[in-house]
Design a protein. Structure first.
Length: 939
């Protein structure tokens, strides 16, 4: 029947009428209200729900084919207010559970605030910003007494295991806190004892007197501190050493005052160059150094390795406070076998005293400043390591820095040098790799920008990386004759070296996972550095004029093209979210596609059009393959397209709603690009099958319309990729399309472990990211209709494994039905369970989890629909069940028949080897991309 004509005679019959998930399925809302008013008593209550059209459809760019008329809040409000005297509105949204709350803010014992994330963090925002996915209204012609403190509902089902883990973690932390508290008490006791001593009171009175007579920043204070340093030097090193250093200091000061200002004088100057280091920061470093030097028994003792992998070469010329900070960070964070070679270029500040307190380091002392180039070559000549690392003394390294650099140079094909992300102390980016222009000038990519932006966070081949932190193969460095001394004293030696490495057939790579902080221009002023660069630019042009002809002209418009000098074509991939294999819904396939495209040498950008969360470790894995992955809040595809107009050679769009959303933008800003549509599944077919399962009768014209709408989107593409021969055939027949190719799921065969007799239980695997998904329907159907019958004959359990199970699935949990939630590694389940089931009643595309199960050697019982998607034969690769009765019979048979079990296992593995072998799939993908470019040439 119809809810517009409810087959119940009479009037004013019911105290309460509930209308859930119905209003949106009819257009005639006023007629429905008349029926409600007919059946509801005068003081009766009517409860009704409807999707919030803005959140449910508009924001997600989603169209539910079964919804006839969705409402915005104002429309919903007007409909109910015009029919009832009293209306109370609520909102509902699914989080980890389900949350129901009042849309009218009221005073409660506990005040509620709504926050949203903005550019500068979280901030309190309007109450209305708490936007529901569904509206719920309680209405009546009589006022309803709704308790104020019952206006919200939370439906959650939390895994006790998670709670137990957190409780254990909390207990451990509480234990640590207690230990820290005891240690703190002990230290405070000692401190109070010291403070109460006569010595302490005398020392503090002396410091107070010094601060009063000689305030910080005065010349008197500076001479006092120099006197203290001199006194320490006399005590620790003797009169002769002190006198020699004093004479050297006076002589050097007279002739080289500009470059040999004492650290004490520098502290008094305000840092106004590009580093933006405050006077306070330098002062802090200075006093850290003075504190260290005042304790003669403490030394910086570096590890000593007989065969170091890396030789770190660092020049020092004054600025001892920076050197001390640098040495501390190297000692704390270096995690490979290394040696440290320090070249002291005639420092006249505390550098000598500092180096005297450093152990197991090779120190070369020059009587005069030889400059950066000569000093580095001098240090490199003493190196024992396979790799040379040139590292400035005004750098602070971070954990894992060196092992990541070494891993890159050893694993990246033909890598001759690798650099890192340099960040200024103010948090801004110095460079993420550098560009050499055709006129010999250079640009640090991203200079002055936010270093965490996606553009600066993926691995690339670049013209050069700064010599402030540059790892180089020693054999290549020696082949090139070390740093070219035509550039003495400094600047252009790093870009010259990197061009030389490229000339030898090797590559220079930017590694974004290594972050170091760089003060920059501490050894010379910005003005002096600029003058040296200008002088050396002409020398650089003269040497590399042939190579520079291939470089782009200096222009902001060319930065995008020059930042990555790999030779492959540029490809833009558009999909809902950054693909993580554990998410299902086609994302495992999308993830492998991205990896293959990177392996094939294409320059790939991925832009998510829906959820822009950078899922880890997947996002970083893709970035390390050289894929530029966009993520974060406020991504705007229109702005992105404007900024990169004309940049991409080929664009691949996945899923129909994304094609509909982006087609006009693509044609406007990337008119010359080849457009591929990736039909990861026929969405219309899935919805049609879903309607049949749910008992919804669709008219033939509606079925045709749904299919035609999807195929018409495909017709806009130059080439269509589908996942199976079945769907290819349908697309060709329905759409009269010729450019349709097949690319399925690449899967490696695993060596099956555990024999038949070592296994037990039944396994279902599938993600539940989408609402009312095929996986949810399949799991519910099997758990409620099939498994109870199996339990009557088999003592086994049913495992449901998959990310984000909804409440309907969680409620299945029992001693025999185990809902695991997200499982990071499914291998254990595939190897311990005896039978895998795919009981799907509606779906599209191909079942990747079945293919994965087959690759692990766990035999399966599947629905007729699932078998048809992969062209599987009953009794050969799988057992096929057409209904509930057959599912029960065939699962019991497979569970008990060892010979049949091994037959299906062998045949399933052969099927995967034949149809899903990754190297074959990679070649097929390359053929598809090549075909796309051929279409471009032909049109």
């Amino acid at each position: 029947g119809s809810i517009l004509k409810i087959p119940i005679a009479g009037e004013k019959l019911f105290d309460v009428l509930v209308c859930f998930e119905a209003l949106e399925h009819v257009k005639e809302h006023e007629e429905l209200m008349k029926e409600v008013k007919r059946l509801l008593k005068d003081d009766g209550i009517f409860i009704v729900s409807t999707p919030n059209k803005k959140a449910y459809s508009d924001d997600l760019n989603y169209k539910n084919p079964f919804h006839e008329k969705e409402l915005y809040f104002d429309e919903f409000k007007e409909l109910l207010k015009s029919n009832f005297n009293h209306v109370y509105f609520f909102g509902q949204r699914v989080y980890a559970g389900s949350h129901l709350w009042s849309l009218t803010k009221i005073n409660e014992i506990g005040e509620e605030y709504v926050i949203e994330r903005r550019n500068k963090g979280f901030a309190v925002t309007d109450y209305e910003k708490k936007e529901p996915m569904y509206f719920i209204a309680i209405t009546s012609d009589k006022e309803i007494d709704i308790p104020k403190h019952a206006l919200r509902s939370y439906l959650t089902d939390v895994d006790n295991t998670i709670f137990d883990n957190f409780r254990g973690h909390i207990q451990r932390l509480e234990g640590e806190i207690r230990e820290i508290g005891m240690e703190n008490l002990r230290i405070n006791t000692e401190l109070n004892s010291i403070k109460s001593s006569v010595t302490w009171r005398t020392v503090m009175k002396w410091h107070s007197l010094v601060d009063k007579i000689m305030p910080q920043g005065t010349k008197r204070r500076r001479w006092y501190e120099l006197g203290i340093i001199g006194l320490r030097m006399i005590v620790n090193e003797g009169w002769r050493s002190f006198w020699w250093k004093y004479k050297q200091h006076r002589s050097s000061k007279k002739h080289k005052e500009q470059i040999a200002k004492s650290t004490e004088e520098k502290i008094l100057e305000t840092a106004q160059d590009k580093t933006e280091i405050s006077e306070k920061s330098e002062t802090f470093m200075k006093y850290k150094l003075l504190h260290f030097l005042s304790q003669p028994d403490i030394k910086l003792s570096f590890p000593k390795f007989r065969e170091p992998i890396v030789s770190i070469i660092t020049l020092m010329f004054n600025k001892a406070e920076f050197s001390y900070q640098y040495l501390e960070s190297i000692l704390a964070h270096t995690d490979v076998l290394y040696e440290l070679i320090i070249v002291d270029n005639g420092s006249i500040d505390e550098t000598t005293s500092l180096l005297d307190r450093v152990e197991n380091v090779t120190i070369i002392k020059n009587k005069e400043n030889l400059g950066f180039i000569k000093g580095c070559n001098q240090g490199a000549s003493k190196a024992k390591g396979k790799y040379l690392l040139f590292l400035n003394n005004d750098i602070v390294v971070t954990p894992g820095w060196l092992s990541k650099l070494v891993k890159t140079i050893e694993n990246y094909p033909k890598c001759g040098a690798v650099g890192c992300k340099l960040i200024w102390p103010n948090g801004k980016l110095q460079e993420a790799g550098s560009i050499i222009w055709s006129d010999g000038s250079a640009l640090g990519y991203g200079r002055g920008d936010n270093p965490m932006r996606p553009e600066y966070s993926y691995l690339r081949e670049v013209d050069y990386c700064s010599g402030a932190c540059l790892l180089v193969r020693k054999d290549l460095f020696q082949s090139l004759g070390s740093f070219d001394e035509r550039y003495i004293p400094a600047y252009y030696e790093d870009s010259d070296l990197c061009l030389g490495i490229w000339g030898l057939g090797y590559k220079v790579v930017f590694q974004p996972n290594v972050v170091v902080f760089h003060h920059e221009f501490t050894s010379s002023s910005y003005e002096k550095a600029t003058a040296l660069m200008e002088a050396n630019q002409s020398k650089f042009i003269a040497k590399w004029k042939d190579a520079l002809r291939d470089k782009l002209a200096p222009s902001q418009n060319n930065v995008l093209f020059a930042r990555d000098i790999r030779q492959g074509n540029t490809i833009l991939i558009l999909d809902d979210r950054i693909p993580a294999p554990y998410q299902g819904a086609g994302y495992p396939r999308a993830y492998r596609m991205l990896k293959f495209l990177a392996d094939l040498g294409y320059k790939v950008t991925f832009f998510p059009l829906g959820n822009a969360t950078p899922w880890q470790p997947c996002t970083n894995e893709l970035q390390q393959l050289g894929i530029e992955v966009f993520y974060g809040e406020n991504l705007d595809f229109v702005k992105f397209a404007k900024d990169r107009a004309g940049y991409y050679d080929l664009i691949l769009v996945s899923r129909p709603h994304n094609m509909e959303k982006t087609f006009d933008i693509i044609k406007r800003f990337f008119s010359k690009a080849i457009l591929l549509y990736d039909a990861e599944a026929m969405f219309s077919i899935r919805e049609i099958l879903k309607a049949k399962v749910k008992g919804v009768k669709l008219k033939e014209k509606d079925v045709e319309r749904m299919i035609n709408e999807e195929i018409n989107l495909m017709k806009k593409a130059d080439l269509v990729i589908t996942v199976s021969e079945n769907e290819k055939k349908m697309i060709i027949e329905k759409g009269e399309l010729s450019n349709v190719v097949v690319w399925g799921h690449p899967i490696n065969v695993k060596n099956p472990k555990n024999d038949f007799c070592e296994r037990k239980d039944i396994l279902f695997v599938g993600g539940f990211l989408a609402l009312d998904s095929p996986n949810e329907d399949a799991a519910l159907y099997f758990a409620k209709e099939v498994f109870p019958e199996i339990q009557k004959q088999l003592p086994c359990r049913f495992f449901i494994a998959g990310i984000n199970p909804p409440d309907s699935i969680k409620k299945l949990s029992s001693s025999s039905v185990i809902v695991t939630g997200y499982v990071e590694d499914l291998r254990g389940y595939y190897e311990k369970c005896r039978v895998f089931v795919v009981p799907h009643r509606y779906s599209a595309g191909i079942p990747w989890k079945l293919q994965e199960a087959m690759s692990y050697g766990i035999p399966s019982v599947v629905s007729e629909l699932t078998a048809s998607q992969l062209n599987l034969t009953d009794g050969n690769e799988v057992l096929v069940a057409r209904n509930t009765k057959e599912f029960v019979q065939k699962i019991i048979r497979l569970y008990q028949d060892e010979e049949l079990w091994y037959t299906l296992q062998r045949n399933a593995i052969k099927y995967i080897q034949k149809t899903c072998e990754p190297e074959v799939m990679k070649k097929t993908l390359n053929d598809i991309i090549t075909k796309g470019f051929q279409i471009k040439l032909e049109r």
